[in-house]
Design a protein around this ligand. Structure first.
Ligand code: ZN
Ligand code: ZN
Length: 295
């Protein structure tokens, strides 16, 4: 497939309305507002814990830095744990998500980018979910962008039935905690998390500072980083996509990086790629820890 065809493939679905996603998002937003009238401490704590499990362990550490960019390696059981946590964010299947994000990096802020603010701020935030490619890539696009994942049986299954862990969680929350815990732990938490993730596509390609000169509009945004456990250091990330570390200074909050360092502390992460400042060369450089096989 040529680059031109590839671009055509990724933009061909623009204009098709994703009614199912739209209806679900309306229900999720209404339920999130309803949650405010069912306040309780167990509900709030459940929401905070699940926000971290799905957003940090699942999306940031799992789907983004591990699956999409292969910024570090972990034993398969740990990888599957992290990537299964990612399904609790209800952002589609992991293979489709990775394909969308790899296309974003291949065509950032150019023709073919599924969610660039150059097509409009609201388009980049939510429009592409409702009327764009969303997470519905063709088999040929998937085979091109995620050949490493399509040959994995577990990911093929999880990609198809990504909503199953969320359904199980929802039933458990209702049985164990009641309606207040369900509304907060699932709907309000999920709605806030979706907007936080979408802000990485919209806000961090619009507002913030740049450390690196990249040929795209990526920016570093402290407040998006706070909402997403470190994913807001987006200019750092576009400059060095494979780095497992996004917040490069001590004041650049990056809990996902701390999570990866914690895995390393327990001997579970190796081959970690990270950007660090080389004083001698006076430049930021990508370095990699040894792989387990190299020790
Ligand atoms: Zn980006
Ligand atoms: Zn990325």
């Amino acid at each position: 497939m040529t680059a031109v065809n590839q671009t055509a493939d990724t933009t061909a679905k623009r204009g098709r309305t994703n009614w199912g996603s739209g209806l679900f998002l309306v229900i999720a937003h209404l339920a999130a507002v309803a949650a405010l009238f069912f306040w309780s401490w167990p509900a709030v704590i459940t929401a905070i814990v699940l926000y971290w499990v799905a957003g940090s362990l699942g999306i940031g550490m799992g789907w983004h830095r591990l699956l999409t960019h292969r910024g570090y390696k972990v034993p398969k059981v740990v990888e599957y744990f992290l990537t299964t946590c990612g399904t609790l964010s209800l952002e589609g299947g992991p293979i489709q998500w990775v394909v969308t994000h790899r296309i974003h990096h291949a065509h950032t802020d150019r023709v073919g980018d599924p969610h660039t603010p150059r097509d409009g701020g609201w388009w980049a935030h939510i429009g592409w979910i409702l009327w764009g490619t969303a997470q519905n890539h063709s088999d040929s696009t998937v085979a091109r962008y995620a050949p490493d994942l399509v040959k994995n049986r577990y990911y093929r299954w999880l990609n198809k039935f990504y909503y199953v862990p969320m359904l199980v969680l929802g039933v458990m929350l209702l049985i164990v905690g009641g309606w207040d815990v369900l509304l907060w732990g699932l709907f309000l938490r999920l709605t806030v998390a979706l907007h936080a993730t979408w802000l990485v596509n919209s806000a961090t390609h619009l507002w913030g500072r740049t450390r690196f000169q990249t040929d795209d509009d990526s920016r570093n945004s402290w407040w998006v980083a706070l909402l997403t456990f470190g994913e807001g250091w987006h200019n750092n990330h576009h400059a060095h996509p494979t780095s497992a570390r996004h917040g490069l200074r001590w004041y650049e909050f990056d809990l996902n990086w701390l999570g990866i360092r914690a895995l390393k502390l327990f001997g579970l992460a190796h081959g970690i790629k990270r950007v660090r400042f080389n004083r001698t060369a006076s430049a930021w450089q990508l370095v990699r820890d040894p792989l387990r096989s190299e020790r």
